[in-house]
Ligand binder design. Structure first.
Ligand SMILES: C[S@@+](CC[C@H](N)C(=O)[O-])C[C@H]1O[C@@H](n2cnc3c(N)ncnc32)[C@H](O)[C@@H]1O
Length: 340
């Protein structure tokens, strides 16, 4: 069984969930709805997901949306049927080449594993198109494929490049996802630009964890995005990326502060929690934070009094974990200026 946290994802908040929880307990207490508007893997929403709460999840990238939908939306699914399909997928041996093996075989995966991945993805599409699985079941199967691919990829955890020496011959083994529908009853999942979504929703707590530097998530996870979308686009360069022009995030560009201000000024919520680390201008230029502390404070103060909470963390950098003087920071605002 795959748990939602069993994926490698840059900037995931797995290790600071108790820290976020502590802030919520001390500053807020009881609440009904939480919107995790830059969800990524969705671990933050999942952590606070109970049957009497509403968790709203959202991400710009489609592969994240698929997995958020698999884990957190309330639609029913037939677990027995899916387990049989997964067992069958696991036992396959595929000899023919396909879109995935031609482009990614002998690079991110061994040729044989790549053949299997491409074949399985096509099968999931066929099962759905022929009405043999519903949308939730399709999302569960794609997510299971993505989680199992992530475990054996010939990379350091993202897909900007693959490791050029030995390609791991690890078997692709899919598994069922650990989903508790009982807790999902009131949840909603979206695949929108956060600045558009914020205009359509209301919640008690708005949690924001945007990208904080110029590194685009669509570049780092292009391969998983390609598999989830399955439009078989042309791919380019050594890393075999597709055209991601439409997937670039404003939060990794120079006017990130403007987007952030627009989002915060349009938020219909009682509390704002904002994660943004303090790399400042210490690292290389790609790691530099896109929104200055001054701009963060200016924007947040327009909605109420700001408190800042800090915790030391281990920096994840190209596969090496090193202890630096980095702090994970959470800005907290009890909204007192309601603009709606
Ligand atoms: C730091 S990660 C979030 C990590 C997440 N909290 C977790 O624990 O897995 C930032 C996420 O924001 C998404 N993103 C970037 N720009 C966005 C936008 N304009 N609207 C919605 N999501 C966006 C990225 O795809 C990425 O998944």
């Amino acid at each position: 069984m795959y748990k939602i946290s069993q994926r490698r994802y840059l900037g995931n908040k797995n290790s600071i969930l108790p820290f976020i929880d502590e802030i919520i307990q001390n500053e807020i207490g009881e609440f009904y709805s939480l919107c995790d508007i830059f969800s990524g893997t969705g671990v933050v929403g999942e952590y606070f997901n109970t049957s009497d709460r509403k968790i709203i999840s959202n991400d710009l990238l489609y592969h994240n949306y698929i997995s958020l939908s698999a884990y957190l939306n309330p639609e029913p699914f037939d677990e027995q049927k899916l387990t049989k399909i997964i067992d069958n997928f696991n036992s396959l041996e595929i000899n023919e080449d396909n879109y995935f093996s031609i482009n990614f075989g002998d690079r991110y995966y061994s040729k044989n594993t790549a053949k299997k991945i491409g074949y399985i993805r096509e099968e999931i599409k066929e099962l759905f198109v022929n009405g043999l699985i519903n949308r939730k079941e399709k999302d569960i199967l794609i997510t299971s494929l993505i989680y199992s691919m992530d475990k054996i990829a010939n990379t350091v955890g993202h897909y900007d490049a693959y490791i050029k020496k030995d390609i791991r011959k690890n078997e692709l083994t899919m598994g069922m996802l650990n989903i508790d529908l009982q807790r999902n009853q009131h949840n909603k999942v979206y695949n929108k630009d956060a600045n558009l979504l914020v205009r359509d929703i209301e919640c008690d707590i708005l949690y924001l964890d945007p990208p904080y530097n110029s590194r685009q998530y669509c570049d780092a996870y292009h391969l998983l995005e390609n598999v989830a979308l399955w439009q078989k686009p042309e791919v380019f360069g050594v890393a075999k990326k597709f055209d991601r022009t439409k997937l670039k995030s404003d939060y990794s560009k120079s006017d990130a502060a403007k987007s952030f201000d627009d989002l915060i000024q349009n938020a219909k919520c009682k509390y704002i929690l904002f994660s943004y680390n303090n790399m400042g201008n210490k690292g290389n230029s790609r790691s530099n934070a896109k929104i200055s502390d001054e701009d963060i404070m200016k924007t947040l103060q327009k909605r109420g009094k700001v408190k800042v909470f800090e915790k030391e963390y281990k920096e994840f950098n190209a596969g090496n974990t090193k202890v630096g003087d980095n702090k994970e920071r959470v800005f907290f605002v009890k909204v007192s200026k309601f603009l709606y």
